[in-house]
Design a protein around this ligand. Structure first.
Ligand code: GLU
Length: 428
């Protein structure tokens, strides 16, 4: 069988996964790029891929090996930038796609970075604190040769946090012989982190959610919101929507789904999850184990804020939301995008909706370089302005060209990336 996409030879078609979704998205934007489409292949090939072995000694004296990746998809507009994910299902295809989405996201909100992403195939829940630290430090040492404040700047992603960023910063700095705070973002405040960074992705989802709701004539007060994922993105977004008067009618995490028509108390649930590790066992809402039912929730706004490829051709048809805000990266497959478009659902794509995190990462990096730190108000105001402008300019293009918000965001972003590519020219 002929392959749909020519893929780099180290991925077989069966392993193409989310990278295939990304290639499809690039194919959809190509007709809108004019003469720049000459460079389109640049977007379909990651610039640099590093696969590393991460061995550690476990607490019981045995040796364990994990596979780690750092992919620098593009550096035409600046250093690589993007998070590091620890998850048992991490694959090279996934990290490639996530790195490419960072290229598009960074260009869509116009922060001066290329795109990169990293990951380790490990379930961090199976590691002790000491083992987690050893995995982090060994991985950082292995990718040390390609990261740096002016080369590639990691950050938190799924299952990584400010403590892990502190270990990464320390490991890089020890290898360099001097403290380099700007090598990672999402650090603790006392180590050069930024106020507002922890909440930034969720806050950005909320800001563009308000914009999208206004466009659809939906009042946030009383709007019904369903959220998949109750981590750093979904948890914060749920809280901000609830504070603005929305009703959080469903929340799903890895353990199951909570439903409550009159609205789930997000603060109370945060306490529960902090203590018990998941939404299971929370009493003030109905708990459902059938995961598929979540997608049928009667709601105005649906926020997938977990992993990629959640909304597919198999469940897109049952979705009843008017707006989808992609807090996760790559949650909607291209086939599902088409179904949602036909149903009139407004999909605010990941590369805009969840760009608040990397936007404040950019603020953090700038603050580290200047050793001058801003107030939380300043951060939140600048973040809000950037997110609103990005949403509005992408909406305008979507209307003018008659395309989805995703294709419009790709038009803006890919034009910026390929213009930089063309101006720089090929070396040698
Ligand atoms: N992991 C986040 C994302 O997917 C943030 C990346 C960053 O701050 O560099 O956008």
């Amino acid at each position: 069988m002929r392959q749909k996409h020519e893929v780099v030879s180290y991925l077989t078609q069966t392993e193409i996964g989310p990278w295939g979704d990304y290639l499809e998205q690039v194919d959809r934007v190509a007709p809108f790029l004019g003469s720049l489409s000459r460079w389109i292949e640049t977007l379909k090939r990651p610039k640099r891929i590093l696969v590393v072995d991460v061995p550690i000694e476990r607490d019981d004296g045995t040796i364990a090996h994990f596979e780690g990746y750092r992919v620098q998809h593009n550096t035409s507009r600046g250093p690589g930038k993007g998070g590091v994910r620890f998850h048992q299902d991490v694959t090279l295809s996934e990290v490639m796609a996530l790195s490419a989405w960072m290229t598009v996201k960074n260009a869509a909100v116009n922060v001066p970075y290329g795109g990169a992403k990293g990951g380790i195939r490990v379930d961090p829940r199976t590691l002790s604190q000491g083992e987690l630290q050893r995995v982090t430090r060994r991985y950082t040492s292995e990718i040390n040769i390609i990261i740096g404040p002016n080369k590639d700047i990691p950050a938190p992603d799924v299952n990584t946090n400010e403590r892990i960023m502190a270990w990464m910063m320390d490991t890089y700095s020890m290898n360099q012989g001097s403290t380099a705070t700007g090598v990672v973002t999402g650090k603790p405040i006392s180590l050069g982190g930024s106020l507002g960074r922890h909440e930034a992705t969720g806050r950005g989802v909320f800001v563009v959610g308000c914009e999208a709701a206004a466009r659809r004539g939906i009042d946030i007060r009383g709007a019904r919101v369903a959220v998949q994922g109750f981590g750093n993105v979904g948890g914060v977004a749920a809280r901000l929507f609830a504070e603005a008067g929305a009703r959080i009618v469903a929340i799903q995490d890895h353990a199951g789904t909570l439903m409550r028509e009159s609205g789930i108390d997000v603060n109370e649930l945060e306490w529960h999850v902090a203590e018990h590790g998941s939404v299971a066992g929370y009493r003030n809402a109905e708990f459902i184990t059938d995961r598929d039912q979540f997608w049928e929730t009667a709601c105005d706004i649906l926020i997938p804020a977990a992993l990629e490829q959640q909304i597919t051709k198999d469940n897109a048809g049952v979705i009843r939301a008017k707006i989808i805000l992609e807090g996760a990266n790559g949650p909607t497959t291209p086939a599902a995008d088409d179904i949602l478009h036909d149903k009139g659902v407004l999909v605010v794509p990941d590369v805009i909706a969840n760009a608040g995190g990397v936007t404040v990462s950019y603020f953090e990096w700038v603050q580290d370089f200047s050793s001058f730190f801003w107030s939380e108000d300043e951060i939140n105001q600048r973040l809000t302005r950037i997110m609103q402008e990005a949403f509005r300019s992408v909406s305008k293009i979507a209307e003018e060209r008659g395309v989805s918000l995703r294709t419009a965001a790709f038009i803006v972003a890919c034009t910026r990336v390929l213009q930089a590519r063309e101006l720089r020219g090929l070396y040698p």
